[in-house]
Design a protein around this ligand. Sequence first.
Ligand SMILES: *[C@@H]1O[C@H](CO)[C@@H](O)[C@H](O)[C@H]1NC(C)=O
Ligand SMILES: *[C@@H]1O[C@H](CO)[C@@H](O)[C@H](O)[C@H]1NC(C)=O
Length: 204
Amino acid sequence: MDAVFFGLVILQVLTSVLSYPSGAPTSACVDMMPRHGGVQPKPNPAPYTIHPSSTTFQTGKPITVVIKGPDYSGVLLEARSGSDSKAIGTWQTPPTNTKFLACSGNQQGAITHANTNIKNNSTVYTWIPPATAKNVIFKATVAQQRTVFWVDVMSSTLTSSKGGTSLDVYSSAERIATPRIVTLLLFVFLSFCSIHGCFIMIQY
Ligand SMILES: *[C@@H]1O[C@H](CO)[C@@H](O)[C@H](O)[C@H]1NC(C)=O
Ligand SMILES: *[C@@H]1O[C@H](CO)[C@@H](O)[C@H](O)[C@H]1NC(C)=O
């Protein structure tokens, strides 16, 4: 009995010491909180900032993302829409020492570290926006080491440069504009006719 208890304690200690040297688990997708044996995150502001390559996005057009600050070893990076906790879009080939994490039913829904090797300002992540999203924010958990990490590291908000709303406005404007153009052409044609006579024109 004592041996079993001792074994469990050892296992617990080992698990928490090693934590997640090979990346965050799927269970961290929503709260993005490391379970590092009760170690609390460092208070924000973090020494890290997230730099997307653009302030706007378009469905299917890649956006690159860099986490700037001191060298880091652990990361969990997701794109979100507003305050929704669902990871959106699709990450592309993970940079060295990182890998995909399946989140929100998407095999490429998030990026996490693959090992504890250094990641830095030169580590570039590439993300493909989904078809439906009006605004996007990148959210990360960044760890310098097991006991030193920050959660809720956020980029500024990216807005859709061809969102559903503006598309709707465009097509309704088009619906109004089309009859106007037809009327205008008819008017021009009739004016031409009243001056030159269209039956003569047709005869030629
Ligand atoms: C990484 O970026 C941070 C913040 O921009 C900067 O302070 C730091 O000097 C950079 N490190 C390197 C090695 O370029
Ligand atoms: C980032 O780390 C890589 C690999 O350790 C190194 O080659 C590169 O020079 C570093 N870049 C910066 C900006 O620190």
